[in-house]
Design a protein around this ligand. Structure first.
Ligand SMILES: [Zn+2]
Ligand SMILES: [Zn+2]
Length: 253
C-alpha cells in the first residue's frame, strides 16, 4: 500500500491511497484543472483513479469533486450527511457509507469513523490492504475514544496539526474565526495531535505526516518539535504535507 498528497491546508486538500489496482482520491479541494496538474506531479492521471472518497462538505475538501467525477466518471463515496450537501446532478455518482461500518472499494478496505467537526456528517478513515493500515485524521476539533481506537496500531498516520495555540491567539484572525478554529468542532492544534500520538499504539509506525497546517497560525518547525517529542524520534523523521506541494508517494514496507 502507498499514499501521497496533492496538497493539504485550508486552500485545498487531496490525499491518494493506492493498493493493487485501486487508487482512491480522498477529497478534492482543488479545482479539477488544478487537481489534474497535481496528479501529474505524482505520475498519475485522473483516469487512473478508482473513486473519490469525501470526508466532509467544506470547500477545501470538495471544490473539484463535481467536475472531476463527471469528467472521468468516478464514483463518489460519502456519508448521507455529506452527500446531502453535494449538488443534485451527482446523485448517480454517489455511494453512501455509514461512519460505523467497514466497506471496500476494490482492493482497499476502508474503516470510517465519525469526528467532531462543524460539518453535517464528517468522517475520517483508516485504509487497509488487509494487513497494513494508513490512518487519516484532519478537520477534527477534539480527540474522542473512537478516534484513539481507530488510529492505534497504524503503519502510517496522516494527522492534522492545524495550529499553534499561541500563534492563533496572537494572530490576525478575527475573533469569531479564532473561536471556530480552536473550538471542539474546529481543528486540531499541535498539542492535541501530540498527546494523541503519545496515547495510541505507534509501535508499528513507519510514516508520520503532519496535515492541514495553517499557513498563518503554525510553523512546520513547531510541529516537528511537538511530534518528535511525542514519538521520541528525530525531527527529520516527521513529514509535513505542504499546501502547495503535498508530498510524493510513500510506501508501507
Ligand atoms: Zn479542511
Ligand atoms: Zn473542514
Amino acid at each position: 500500500m502507498r499514499f501521497a498528497s496533492l496538497g493539504s491546508g485550508s486552500r485545498g486538500n487531496g490525499t491518494l491511497v493506492s493498493h493493487g489496482n485501486t487508487t482512491l482520491l480522498v477529497d478534492c479541494g482543488f479545482s479539477a484543472k488544478e487537481a489534474e496538474k497535481r496528479l501529474e506531479q505524482v505520475a498519475l492521471s485522473a483516469k487512473d483513479l478508482t473513486a473519490i472518497v469525501v470526508t466532509h462538505e467544506h470547500a477545501d475538501h470538495i471544490n473539484g469533486v463535481r467536475v472531476l467525477a463527471r469528467k472521468y466518471q468516478l464514483p463518489i463515496y460519502a456519508t448521507a450527511g455529506t452527500a446531502g450537501c453535494l449538488t443534485a446532478d451527482l446523485k448517480d455518482y454517489i455511494h453512501e457509507f455509514s461512519c460505523h461500518e467497514q466497506f471496500e472499494i476494490d482492493d482497499i478496505e476502508i474503516n470510517p469513523f465519525p469526528v467532531p467537526h462543524d460539518a453535517r456528517e464528517p468522517s475520517q478513515f483508516v485504509f487497509s490492504d488487509g494487513g497494513a493500515k494508513v490512518g487519516l485524521l484532519t478537520d477534527v476539533g477534539m480527540i474522542t475514544p473512537i478516534i484513539e481506537q481507530a488510529l492505534s496500531g497504524c503503519q502510517a498516520l496522516l494527522l492534522e496539526a492545524n495550529h499553534d495555540l499561541t500563534m492563533l491567539d496572537n494572530g490576525e484572525y478575527p475573533d469569531h474565526l479564532k473561536y471556530r478554529v480552536g473550538s471542539k468542532m474546529g481543528h486540531l492544534n499541535n498539542l492535541q495531535a501530540g498527546s494523541l500520538l503519545k496515547k495510541i499504539d505507534t509501535t508499528e509506525l513507519q510514516h508520520i505526516m503532519a496535515m492541514h497546517l495553517s499557513e498563518k497560525n503554525n510553523h512546520p518547525d513547531i510541529v516537528k518539535t511537538v511530534f518528535s517529542e511525542a514519538l521520541e524520534c528525530e525531527q527529520d523523521w516527521i513529514g509535513i504535507a505542504d499546501q502547495n506541494l503535498g508530498f510524493t508517494w510513500r510506501d508501507i514496507a
